[in-house]
Unconditional design. Structure first.
Length: 101
């Protein structure tokens, strides 16, 4: 509280934001930090800072792998939902009384 020269009320608001959703809070603070350094986005800042340390390619690879894995998971969930929907539709068309139990 004193390190960041926040009032007690402001510190409590910050803590409440952190407790409500720590992941979003961390992303928000990261975006603020990299914006203060002059970067357009969090990812630009992370990559640029890693390049300064000589780890730019490694960080780019990790980010692209994360994006690829996230897309794969999203497509798997969407595909599963579609398959379940059509399976239930076919079951309903075959025997509507199945859903009345």
């Amino acid at each position: 509280m004193e390190q960041q020269s926040l009032s007690r009320e402001d510190a409590e608001k910050e803590y409440k934001k952190f407790k409500m959703n720590p992941n979003d809070y961390a992303l928000e603070k990261g975006e603020e930090y990299y914006a203060s350094l002059g970067y357009k986005s969090l990812m630009d800042g992370v990559i640029s800072e890693a390049e300064k340390e000589g780890r730019g390619d490694e960080v780019r690879d990790r980010i692209s792998k994360f994006k690829r894995d996230s897309q794969l998971k999203a497509y798997a969930v969407i595909g599963t939902v579609i398959v379940v929907f059509f399976a239930l539709k076919l079951q309903y068309e075959a025997d509507p009384s199945f859903f009345n139990k």
